[in-house]
Design a protein around this ligand. Sequence first.
Ligand code: LLP
Length: 422
Amino acid sequence: MTRFPLHNAPQWVEEFGSPLYVYDAQTISAQYQRIANAFDPNISLGIHYACKALNNINVLKLLRSLGAGLDAVSIGEVRLGLRAGFAPEEILFSPNGVGMQEIREAAQLGVQINIDNLETLEEFANEFGNSVPVCVRINPHIMAGGNAKISVGHIDSKFGISIHQVRHLHRIVNTMGLHVHGLHMHTGSDILDIDAFMRGATLLMDLAHDFKELSYIDFGSGFKVGYRPDENTTDIEQFGAKMSERFRDFCMEYGRDLKLIFEPGKFLVSESGIFLTTVNSTKTTPSTVFAQVNSGFNHFPRPMLYDAYHHIENVTNPDGEPRIYTVVGYICETDTFGYDLKIAEVRNGDVLAFHNAGAYCSTMASNYNSRVRPAEVMLINGQPQLIKAREEFEDLMHGQIELDAFEPKNETTLEELMMTEG
Ligand code: LLP
């Protein structure tokens, strides 16, 4: 759960408006240091930030300044990374389901390419041969992750080249003379079990012996963070120690030291963020008391998409008598943030803080119901700084082309028509 103090939250809302995302730079740095320190310092380690979790450019710049690389899944994320100052070779582009056009563009920008489909790999080989090194994403067929929607390494998943297709993979690599310099996997998000990581990692390291030109192995991410108070999280220190030992042994057998890469999103930013909303009204029905806030699944869709729990507290009335609320939004669909939550008495105008708002919240926001997206603030040494302006009505119109055809002046009335026809 979010750890930084929230007593100033009502002031931030007063200064920057509501609803509001607030991220703490110090928490992001601390999480980065935690994961970087969890591994044997003698191993060459790469922490690639998965910027789909939170793509504000200042977050990317902060992580770059700490020494991170970047995990990008679209050409947009690649460009964002370059804009944030990452060198092209520090960016691994791992798309899924894109055509050669997007891969070509990324190759031209000089970033590392990760391919997760044998057909695409053949196309890539036809175009680039061994002139551009490539990484391949393997699907190890492991079911891991918080729930089915965020598990991506199982047999029914669209991601990766099946571990059972490795023979075919070698055929393509050898026949086309590809230079495979990296192996990659990623099995899901919210994975608590260290053994699940180790199982996948072992499979990938076993496979690596048959690729003689590797520079790195990227084991993806999926480290679990705590959404509930006192919830268990991936023990990153224990995992780092285990993984370091296994990887050292692997490098000895391989005959060369390779780079060990992970690409965390949630672990780095989830707990760094809170989302502040204002209560528009409470409403008592025969079954519950609703607290209705000035937001909805347009801004904060995780609870509705994944049944995700986000801890909610009343920061304007923290000492109020706790009551049971169903917290909902203002969108014209069911947009429940949480059922039966025990929250200090909620009054109109109170500010409710949603925890774990750093990862996959703002980046998954939309303009549904023609509502603008919130502003974003970053606490730097505790001081709030605006890092994204609140959208305005004109942002909803951006890119829309208003045709003349439907302007009232062009509407010919029946009367006018009869007059012209004489
Ligand atoms: N690498 C790859 C290739 C990924 O697809 C992802 C996440 C990550 C790294 C980062 O995983 P993380 O450390 O954040 O667990 N929207 C969902 C999560 C989707 C994750 C998509 N891929 C959620 O809010 O739970």
